[in-house]
Write a protein that binds this ligand. Structure first.
Ligand code: ATP
Length: 366
């Protein structure tokens, strides 16, 4: 096992920059997740670590060794892709053993290793089957088995669950987490699925357009996103963003004004007339029987059993919409007028152009 350190890694393709100045270090044995929208550079980072792409500039270390010039085969990393690419003419056992055979492992060690890996992944009963005789989830486990059998220093996983149906994906996700807890290999995992990122990661790296937006543990990032992109990326449904104008004593949103508590006014140091984006998560809006902060109209009702998600718009213009998490006993219908209360303890404010968070203010942030 080993740590992985990227130091100002940049990768250009002809005239475009795929990733810029990527710097982070995954400590030995940790599970890190790279997450972000399509095209943000996740796979390019992973492929660069694997040695399938070369960095245009910057340094890459596995353990203490700078590996920029080390060919992929000698980096001692194992990569599992979204399409597992098992050899169709080989049995499960032969597929798992393939990487070891290539390294001239002696037959006894090879057999022991295959059996141990099959036990860990609970596929011992499938060892004599061919890939076409397996379900998607089983094939996926064989692909993981092939990677684990080699006992690499680093495990690189590129959207390994995206070909599985929803139920199988949930199951395999928990298995992956348990597997990591057992074998403890340094793992870097790429996904665009924020649920996978939140549930699997020791640390998440959020990327957008080739640059790092924030690094942190999942709860920390959820609670204190650095900017609007991060705030709206993590969380389902995402944080609501309302374009507003600060009036000095409140926030004007379309034709309505939400009063700003005086304690908050003192902290904000905003100028009257300043445009900003107000952010509030669906779970921090409450339906009020009395006059609340915002008058809204229900435009969608989604009962989910444990809770009901609703979407509301702000009349009369209906330009802004908000997702609200409500109690399932509350029977709501399309067109209902609702008054909402914002929980100011969980209010976010973002700079309207750059999207940087301006509230809450924290002095010590990475
Ligand atoms: P996805 O989630 O869609 O797989 P990603 O976050 O993994 O996306 P990358 O595949 O790393 O993104 O691509 C990052 C950027 O680099 C994209 O704009 C992509 O078009 C560009 N890119 C990647 N590979 C090449 C290539 N071989 N030649 C030119 N541009 C490339």
């Amino acid at each position: 096992m080993a740590s992985v350190r990227l130091d100002k890694i940049t990768r250009r393709f002809s005239n475009s920059v795929a990733i810029a100045d990527i710097t982070f270090e995954v400590p030995d044995g940790q599970f890190w997740v790279l997450v972000g929208p399509s095209g943000c550079g996740k796979s390019t980072i992973l492929r660069t670590i694997a040695g399938l792409e070369s960095a245009t500039s910057g340094n890459l270390y596995i353990g203490e060794t700078r590996v920029n010039q080390v060919p992929a085969r000698q980096r001692d990393v194992a990569m599992v892709f979204q399409n597992y690419a098992l050899y169709p003419h080989m049995t499960v056992a032969e597929n798992i053993a393939f990487g070891l055979k290539m390294r001239q492992t002696d037959p006894k060690t090879l057999q022991e290793r295959v059996e141990t890996v099959a036990q860990i992944l609970e596929i011992s009963h499938l060892l004599d089957r061919k890939p076409r005789q397996l379900s998607g989830g089983q094939q996926q486990r064989v692909a993981l088995g092939r990677a684990i059998a080699r006992q690499p220093q680093v495990f690189l996983l590129d959207e390994p669950l995206s070909n599985l149906d929803a139920q199988l994906r949930d199951g395999t996700r928990s298995e992956l987490k348990q597997l990591h807890q057992r074998v403890g290999i340094t793992t870097i995992y790429v996904t665009h699925d924020q649920v996978e990122a939140m549930t699997l990661a020791d640390q998440i790296v959020i990327l957008d357009r080739g640059t790092i937006q924030q690094i942190g543990d999942p709860q920390e990032i959820y609670a204190l996103p650095k900017n609007r992109m991060v705030a709206t990326f993590l969380g389902s449904p995402p944080m609501n963003i309302l374009p507003a104008i600060y009036t000095g004593s409140g926030f004007q949103i379309e034709g309505q004004t939400i009063p700003c508590p005086t304690t908050l006014q003192a902290k904000l140091k905003l100028t009257s007339g300043q445009p900003l984006d107000l952010g509030i998560r669906p779970e921090h809006l409450q339906v009020s029987q009395d006059a609340g902060h915002l008058i809204t109209e229900v435009s969608l009702v989604e009962p989910l059993g444990r809770e009901t998600l609703i979407r509301v718009v702000l009349p009369p213009e209906n330009r802004s919409s908000l997702n609200v998490q409500t109690h399932p006993d509350l029977r709501l219908h399309l067109g209902d007028r609702l008054s909402l209360i914002l929980d100011f303890d969980h209010l976010f404010l973002f700079e309207s152009v750059t999207g940087d968070r301006i509230y809450p203010i924290r002095s010590k942030e990475i």
